[in-house]
Design a protein around this ligand. Structure first.
Ligand SMILES: CC(C)(COP(=O)(O)OP(=O)(O)OC[C@H]1O[C@@H](n2cnc3c(N)ncnc32)[C@H](O)[C@@H]1OP(=O)(O)O)[C@@H](O)C(=O)NCCC(=O)NCCSC(=O)C[C@H](O)C(=O)O
Ligand SMILES: [Mg+2]
Length: 284
C-alpha cells in the first residue's frame, strides 16, 4: 500500500502493561509509538495489558504520533483475544509479529478490515517472503525484529551488524519496491548513546525511514540522525537551484560542488526539503 511518508524517525516501544510509561509517552518527542502486547508483556499480564491499553487510548493525548499496536501471533493463546480487543479500540495500525507470508496479513486484515497492517520481519521465512508480504494491499510498514532474526540465524551480535546486513537489505528492497515504510530494529544497550548513534547512522545509510527504540533516552539520537542535517538541506536547495538554472538554458545536467546533478538528484533533493518541512511543522 503506497503511503504518504508521515514522520517515522523514532518509533518507541511501550509495554502496554506499564501505565507510567503510557502516560509519559504523551509528552515524549517520538514520531510513532508501538504499544506492545507481545514480548514486553509477561504471560500473566496479557489481559491486564489489554485493559490498560484500552484506557490509555480512550484517554488519548498522543497527538499526531502514529499509534501502532503490536499484538501476539495467531499461533499463541493470546492472539485471538488481542484482535477481539482491538475491534473496539482507537489506534492507527496493527503490528503483527513474525510475519512469514501474505496469508498472515490476510488473516489479520479479514478480522480488522479497515486497519492498516504493519509486519515484523524477523524470521528467515519473513525475509525470504518479504516481497509477497510487502505487496499485500493492507500492508503499510515493515519493522525489523533484529533480536528474533539474530536468534533464528544463530548469528552473533556485532557492532557493524555484518551478519544481518543481507537480511536488512532484502527487506528494504521489498519495502522500496512496493512503497512500504521500513523501520530498523532496536538497539538493546539503551544506555550506550555512542553505539546507538552509530547504528542509527548505519540504518539511515541503508535507507531505513527510522529506528525502533526501547527507552526515551534513545529518542533524541534517532530524531537527529533520521532528520536531514542543515548541510543536507543547504545542498538540496543548491542542487535544485543549479538544476533549474541549467534547465532554463536547455541543459539536462548541472554541477554542484564538483558533482553532477541530474533530474533524479533533484527528486531526492525535493524529498529532503519535504521531510525537513514536515519536521519543522511538527515542531511548531
Ligand atoms: C528497558 C526498560 C525495562 C528500562 O526500564 P526502567 O528501568 O524503568 O527505565 P528508567 O528507570 O530509566 O525509566 C525512566 C523513565 O522513562 C520511562 N520509560 C522507560 N521506558 C519507557 C518506554 N519504553 N516508553 C515510555 N516511557 C518509558 C519510565 O517509566 C520512567 O519514567 P518516570 O517514572 O517518569 O521517570 C524499559 O525502558 C522498557 O520496558 N522498555 C521497553 C522494552 C520493550 O518494549 N521491549 C519489547 C520491544 S523490543 C522487541 O521486541 C524487538 C523485536 O521484536 C525483535 O525481535 O528484535
Ligand atoms: Mg521480535
Amino acid at each position: 500500500m503506497p503511503v504518504e511518508t508521515s514522520l517515522t524517525r523514532s518509533v518507541l516501544y511501550i509495554p502496554a502493561s506499564k501505565e507510567r510509561a503510557l502516560e509519559k509517552a504523551r509528552g515524549l518527542e517520538t514520531d510513532a509509538i508501538i504499544f506492545d502486547l507481545e514480548d514486553a508483556v509477561a504471560p500473566d499480564e496479557k489481559e491486564t495489558a489489554r485493559a490498560v491499553l484500552r484506557k490509555a487510548l480512550t484517554q488519548g493525548g498522543y497527538g499526531s504520533r502514529l499509534r501502532i499496536v503490536r499484538i501476539n501471533g495467531a499461533e499463541t493463546e493470546w492472539g485471538k483475544a488481542d484482535i477481539e480487543a482491538l475491534k473496539t479500540m482507537d489506534f492507527d495500525a496493527v503490528l503483527l509479529p513474525k510475519v512469514e507470508s501474505a496469508a498472515d496479513i490476510s488473516n489479520v486484515n479479514s478480522a480488522l478490515p479497515d486497519v492498516p497492517v504493519w509486519a515484523m520481519i524477523e524470521t528467515p521465512k519473513g525475509i525470504l517472503h518479504a516481497e509477497e508480504i510487502a505487496v499485500h494491499p493492507a500492508l503499510e510498514g515493515f519493522v525489523m525484529g533484529t533480536n528474533d532474526l539474530a536468534k533464528e540465524l544463530r548469528c552473533r551480535f556485532r557492532a557493524d551488524r555484518l551478519p544481518l546486513i543481507g537480511a536488512l537489505q532484502s527487506a528494504l528492497l521489498a519495502a522500496r519496491a512496493h512503497g512500504v515504510i521500513a523501520i530498523d530494529g532496536v538497539y538493546n544497550a539503551f544506555k550506550d548513546d555512542a553505539g546507538l548513534a552509530l547504528e542509527c547512522e548505519q540504518g539511515r545509510d541503508l535507507g531505513f525511514d527510522g529506528k525502533t527504540l526501547i527507552h526515551p533516552a534513545q529518542l533524541a539520537t534517532a530524531n537527529r540522525v533520521f532528520s536531514p542535517s542543515a548541510a543536507e538541506v543547504d545542498l538540496a536547495n543548491r542542487q535544485i537551484e543549479a538544476y533549474e538554472t541549467a534547465e532554463a538554458v536547455g541543459q539536462g545536467v548541472a554541477v554542484v560542488d564538483g558533482k553532477i546533478v541530474e533530474n533524479l538528484h533533484v527528486v531526492t533533493a525535493r524529498q529532503v526539503l519535504s521531510q525537513a518541512k514536515a519536521i519543522a511543522e511538527a515542531q511548531e
